[in-house]
Each structure stands twice: as C-alpha cells, then as structure tokens.
Write a protein that binds this ligand. Sequence first.
Ligand SMILES: NC(=O)c1ccc[n+]([C@@H]2O[C@H](COP(=O)([O-])OP(=O)(O)OC[C@H]3O[C@@H](n4cnc5c(N)ncnc54)[C@H](OP(=O)(O)O)[C@@H]3O)[C@@H](O)[C@H]2O)c1
Length: 294
Amino acid sequence: MRIVVTGTRGQLAQSLLACETADISLIAVGRVSMDFEKLQTIAPALASAQPDVIVNAAAYTAVDQAEAEEARAFRINSTAAGAVAAAARKLNVPVIHLSTDYVFDGRADAPYRETDATSPLNAYGRSKLAGEKTVATANPDHVILRTSWIYSPFGQNFLKTMLRLGETRNEISVVADQYGCPTAAADIAAAIVAVASTLLAKRDDARLRGTFHLTGSGEATWAEFAQTIFDEAAKHGRGRVNVIPITAAEYPTAAARPNNSRLNCDKLSDVYGLRLPDWRHSVCTCVARLMSGA
Ligand SMILES: NC(=O)c1ccc[n+]([C@@H]2O[C@H](COP(=O)([O-])OP(=O)(O)OC[C@H]3O[C@@H](n4cnc5c(N)ncnc54)[C@H](OP(=O)(O)O)[C@@H]3O)[C@@H](O)[C@H]2O)c1
C-alpha cells in the first residue's frame, strides 16, 4: 500500500512517515512540488507520487492568525483541500482528510457526535468546515476525521510549549474551563493506516465513508493536560511545576475557542473497530521520548 500524505514537516505528516513498514510505503508531498496556494501544482504532484490512498494532512493551522487571514485560511483549508480530493477522485483513490473539533461552538453539554450541528466560533473553524464540504463534494470516496488538541515530538504544540516553559518556571497559569481531548499525532497516524487498509480492502462499503470523530480516549481541561505533562517530566528528572487554574476569560486570544471540544468517537469504534488509547498513556510516551532526546 502506498499512502501519500500532503505536507512534509507537519506533526501528522511526520508521524505518518514513522509508520512506514515493509508492506506500507509512506510518501510525503510537500511545498517543493505542491503549494496549496498554487492550485495547479496539486494534481500533478499527487499523481506523480502514485498513491493508493491520499491523506490530506496539510492545512493552515495558525488558529489565532486566521482571524486576520481568513481568506488565506479558506484558500488552503477549503479550496486546496477540495483540489486534493478532486485529484484523488481522478486517480480513483480514496482521500482521508483531517478536520477539527473547532467546527463546533462548544455550547453542548455532552461530547459531540458526527451528526450534531456545526457552528464554528472562529475563522479557522469556518475554513475547516468549508473544507469538509469541498472534500465531500469533490470525492465521494472520502473519510473526514475530526480530531483535537494534537501533540507530538514534531513542530509546535501545547505539550512542547509546556515543556519549554517548565524549564524556567515552577508555576504556570493554564485555562481550566475548556474541555477536550489531547490526541497524540502518533495515535492518529496508526489509526489512519488502519483506516486506509480497510478502505482499500472494501472499495464499495459505503459505511466506511463519511465523517468520523477520532481523538484520544478520556477528557481533560488544558490545565489537567499541562499538569500531566509536568508530572511526567518530573519522572524524568525535571523540577516540579504547579499549574494555576485560570478561566479562558483571563487568557484572551484573537480566536475564540469552544468551551466543550469533546468528540464522541463511538462511530469510528463501531464501524472500524478503532479506539485510541487513553490520552494520559500517550502523553507519557511522548514526554518520555522528548526527555530521552530521541
Ligand atoms: N494541531 C492541532 O491541534 C489540530 C487539531 C485538530 C485538527 N487538526 C488538523 O489536523 C491536520 C494536521 O495538523 P498538524 O498539527 O499536523 O498541522 P501542522 O503541524 O501545523 O502542519 C501543517 C502542514 O501543512 C502544510 N502546509 C501549510 N500551508 C501549506 C501550503 N500553502 N502548501 C502546502 N502545504 C502547506 C505544512 O507544510 P510544511 O511541511 O512545508 O511546513 C505542514 O506540513 C490539519 O488538517 C489540522 O487542521 C489539527
């Protein structure tokens, strides 16, 4: 199986590349040959990689900056995503596209299901929701995976930021009234490989296509996520860091975030038999990897 992923240095792209085995080739197509802001580059670059399945992991992910650059976020997250899906259709291969918990406004009391009404609070969420629609329209052979709070040893993310801040501080204030689920890019990557092989094995199974939620198991606030990171780092010799819980109102950002980002992942479990590990377990693995310098 040849899995072609868009983007080279992204958290998910890097984590997918690490899934390569003797039977599964992972090929990253990045900006050198394909720029999402130059639509004409997309189809030829993907075709020359000869995919069996395409994973669209590239995106405009600067959530706060998107408030000032909404048109650019839409070009990359919606128009270009649609072009990736259309290229996949032309090649007669499925496309697996990544989306976000930020398509919801977070006002529900329970974890969101795939059928719940969307209503993004910010420009990034609006661009990702538009991307879901362009992908689904461009290629019926699609899987849209909504995930949340991604972290990994690669790129920029909350876990790495906390570890960096913890080097010089013993107290950090973190938002404690927003709920979601931290998700390891490595866990998403492993699930994507499983989804891809199932899709290829069952080309005509409509149940396998559509939108699915995919996050780590369990739930947390940003403050609980941070405290767990610091507690794990302490096991590797770092000094103790205490998290001071604050409200989102006390930590204003350009883009509003949902208070409830929790996603119900039962559909993926029912249809694909996949459920990601508990988020604490994967945080422990990622911190250990970073602290060992691996
Ligand atoms: N990060 C999160 O917490 C989070 C949460 C929910 C959903 N998601 C979604 O999950 C997916 C993967 O996220 P991630 O955290 O892996 O993202 P990331 O680390 O920010 O990486 C983004 C990738 O997009 C590529 N890219 C950006 N602009 C591009 C352009 N104009 N042309 C071509 N490539 C471009 C980057 O290219 P380079 O390799 O050249 O840098 C990079 O590979 C995205 O769809 C994101 O929206 C992320």
